[in-house]
Design a protein around this ligand. Structure first.
Ligand SMILES: [Zn+2]
Length: 407
């Protein structure tokens, strides 16, 4: 396989998690009687442009099905994050009724509803029907397509170039990152701004966040590599912010290469830190498997110890990253009998691979578990605040990444 950005031959493995089902392929009761599809989950690193990328195995269409269960609006902290961002960017870019905003992967309208409320014309691009339906119900216009150069050109031809193109947690999810970036270029108005958020590879490595690796996540990105991908199509990064979301994300601001805006010091400063943390050093990547294996082994030891002591352990948050962790560790319902999740779309379903049932958090208190393993550690604070009652019967909250911790 060759690098999806620069075409160099991919010689080095960053992480090999064996085989796993797609992490968003939640199962119904009837699915448990059928065979389940597993795909190799192996991540390579390019030693030329340092793009960390999933090894080829399947097309995007088979992963993002109509039943895709992730609705952005189910996380309160993410909704607040989107609202703050909208207020700030509307003010900074002086967006008004004469502007046009595009969001790629607009999900259920969690972000664009703020632009609709402000009277700013906008368009969501979202191929997943279940989330697009929700967005349209709250007045967000949606184009049900995958984004790339072809769609970017169509938008430009229709006079729909944007003053602002937002992509939150989509850039790392696209199979063809070059084509997507070319689409950004052609759909962007002269003087327009691109704003992309994606998990930061530097944090993933520092915090051993191997559970954020899944098939739907094609790229693991540094500012260094994104700057190269932008430059290749005539875009450039002029500012970057570090965010706490998803365990440490970047919000990269881009513009046409010819734009008159100068580069903020934030760009070079962060690239220097990336270099200092070894992101252009092959050894950094070759050591990551060991970190993942240590987390897996500690988690298994914890489960086995609690089982031996007849303690009850349950899970909280049926997130994609939970599936990566549980499937790599080979955990099944004998060790973790149930996972509670507030998303109604997931309740009554089963985790892919592990087949652990997912129930409404209403049932958590009746169980009175000794330990609640929070799988989406990125929203651990939110979960802790919502579940303070667990302490009333002596229960504890636990996270597994970057190391097993009883909170
Ligand atoms: Zn490359």
């Amino acid at each position: 396989m060759n690098c999806r950005h620069c075409g160099s031959s991919l010689e080095h493995t960053f992480l090999d998690l064996g085989f796993a089902p797609p992490s968003n392929a939640y199962l119904n009761l009837s699915d448990l009687k059928r065979p389940e599809l597993y795909f190799p989950l192996k991540i390579k690193v390019c030693d030329s442009c340092w793009l960390v990328q999933t090894e080829d195995y399947a097309s995007a269409d088979s992963l993002f099905t109509a039943e895709y269960a992730y609705f952005s609006s189910t996380s309160c902290s993410w909704l607040q994050h989107a609202e703050r961002y909208s207020e700030t960017i509307i003010s900074e870019l002086q967006l008004s009724a004469g502007s046009f905003v595009i969001e790629i992967a607009s999900n259920d309208g969690y972000l664009l509803k703020n632009f609709v409320a402000a009277g700013i014309p906008c368009l969501g691009i979202e191929p997943t029907d279940s989330t697009a339906d929700e967005a349209e119900k709250i007045g967000v216009p949606v184009l049900r397509e995958f984004f790339g150069e072809v769609l970017g050109k169509q938008l430009a031809q229709k006079g729909q170039q944007a003053d602002l193109i937002v992509g939150n947690n989509v850039y790392a999810h696209v199979p063809d990152i070059n084509d997507f970036t070319k689409g950004l270029k052609v759909a962007l108005k002269s003087g327009g701004t691109i704003s992309l958020e994606f998990p930061h590879l530097m944090r993933l490595i520092e915090q051993a966040q191997f559970d954020t690796v899944y098939h739907e996540h094609f790229s693991y990105l540094s500012l260094y590599t994104v700057s190269r991908i932008f430059a290749a199509v005539g875009l450039r990064v002029w500012h970057v912010e570090e965010l706490p979301t998803h365990g440490g994300s970047l919000r990269v601001y881009g513009c046409h290469s010819s734009d008159s805006r100068g580069e903020e010091p934030s760009v070079d400063e962060l690239i220097q830190r990336e270099l200092a943390s070894g992101l252009c050093d092959l050894q950094t990547y070759l050591e990551f498997q060991l970190a993942a294996d240590q987390i897996k082994n500690s988690l298994l030891s914890f489960f086995i110890e609690q089982k031996a002591n007849q303690k009850k352990v349950v899970g909280y948050g049926a997130a994609a990253k939970g599936n990566t962790l549980l499937n790599y560790a080979g955990v099944k319902p004998d060790l973790l009998p149930v996972i509670f999740d507030a998303a109604t779309a997931k309740q009554g379903k089963f985790m892919p691979g592990s087949h652990i049932p997912i129930l409404s958090p209403e049932n958590l208190f009746a169980e009175a578990p000794d330990y609640v393993l929070i799988l989406p550690w990125n929203i651990a604070d939110e979960v802790v605040n919502q579940n303070v009652l667990i302490r009333s019967w002596g229960g504890h909250l636990v996270t597994a990444v970057p190391r097993l911790k009883v909170l």
